[in-house]
Design a binder for this molecule. Structure first.
Ligand SMILES: NC(=O)c1ccc[n+]([C@@H]2O[C@H](COP(=O)([O-])OP(=O)(O)OC[C@H]3O[C@@H](n4cnc5c(N)ncnc54)[C@H](OP(=O)(O)O)[C@@H]3O)[C@@H](O)[C@H]2O)c1
Length: 269
């Protein structure tokens, strides 16, 4: 496992397990991930599985402080000014007294007030770091001066079909740690892609490992979702090889600008 240091000194593993739509397999998936060496789990109030994440972490027997847990403030709670209440509800479901990272899930109306509240929650010790998700350059700029904190992390959509380079550049320029969600493009184009198949043969890796490695080399943390034991393990095999520059460029050329999730400037929820 490799780690990246946030600006406040907190260390975040560069690989995490995403659990969106893991459903009733969440608890087992988290247990398999911890067994395979993951120490970073990405959940959200909206995923409806914080309780299963908390149960798995307890069952694993691994110390709470050795696992990096992220959860997120849903849009309804941003709009209703409920950051404090929502975090307390998340902590109760997780069975924890702090999370490692608390994110504003989307830039819904009211996100500046939410940021002010999250800053208070951070200073009170309920979260070791705070950040945002789906924030673009203008959203990040709108947080300037709202509190004495800037986001430590921005989590946004990034995969070969939608590299999202402009947001990555904006985030890196602000010394914010970038996290790629849907890093595998939701698994849709992994098996049938000729570029990935050729690179997988060349490096003796799988297409998923090639894609995750490309994200790491672009400077992103990755949080692939799987509820399959073998694929959870497979996705850890990304720290023992390096893609050469021309292969990175071949991957960059796969970008078609096609989003799989909502446009942060036009929220449908
Ligand atoms: N902040 C946000 O707004 C936001 C939005 C979306 C996602 N996220 C976070 O990011 C995480 C990951 O994104 P995602 O779930 O959208 O998609 P993803 O991780 O890109 O892809 C997950 C899909 O790929 C499959 N898969 C996983 N490993 C594989 C492998 N080695 N080979 C082939 N297929 C593989 C999975 O199937 P199996 O389970 O069957 O293996 C699943 O169908 C989420 O779970 C969530 O935590 C955040």
């Amino acid at each position: 496992m490799e780690w990246i240091q946030l600006e406040n000194g907190v260390k975040m593993p560069k690989l995490g397990l995403g659990v969106w739509r893991s459903g009733d397999r969440t608890e087992q998936s988290v247990l398999w991930a911890l067994e395979a060496g993951y120490r970073h789990i990405d959940t959200a109030a909206m995923y409806g599985n914080e309780d299963a994440v908390g149960r798995a972490i307890k069952k694993s027997g691994i110390s709470r402080e050795d696992i990096f847990v992220t959860t997120k403030l849903w849009t309804d709670d941003v709009r209703r000014g409920r950051a404090r209440e929502a975090l307390m509800e998340s902590l109760a479901r997780l069975g924890m007294d702090y999370v490692d990272l608390y994110l504003i899930h989307w830039p819904a109306e009211g996100y500046q007030k939410a940021w002010e509240d999250m800053t208070d929650l951070y200073h009170e010790g309920w979260c070791r770091a705070i950040g945002v998700a789906n924030f673009e350059a203008d959203h990040l700029d709108a947080l300037q001066g709202v509190s004495d904190m800037k986001p430590l992390v921005d989590q946004f959509e990034s995969h070969p079909g939608f590299a999202n380079q402009a947001v990555l550049d904006a985030v890196l320029a602000r010394h914010i740690v970038p996290v790629a969600y849907s890093p595998l493009g939701k698994g849709k184009d992994l098996a049938g892609n000729a570029v990935l198949a050729a690179l997988a043969r060349k490096y003796g890796k799988t297409p998923a490992q090639i894609v995750l490695r490309w994200e790491l080399q672009r400077g992103l943390v990755v949080i692939p979702k799987s509820s399959n034991r073998e694929r959870i393990r497979e996705n850890t095999g990304i720290f023992d090889f390096k893609l050469r520059r021309k292969d990175m460029e071949a991957m960059n050329a796969m970008d078609t600008g096609t989003r799989l999730s909502a446009d942060p400037h036009h929220l449908p929820f």
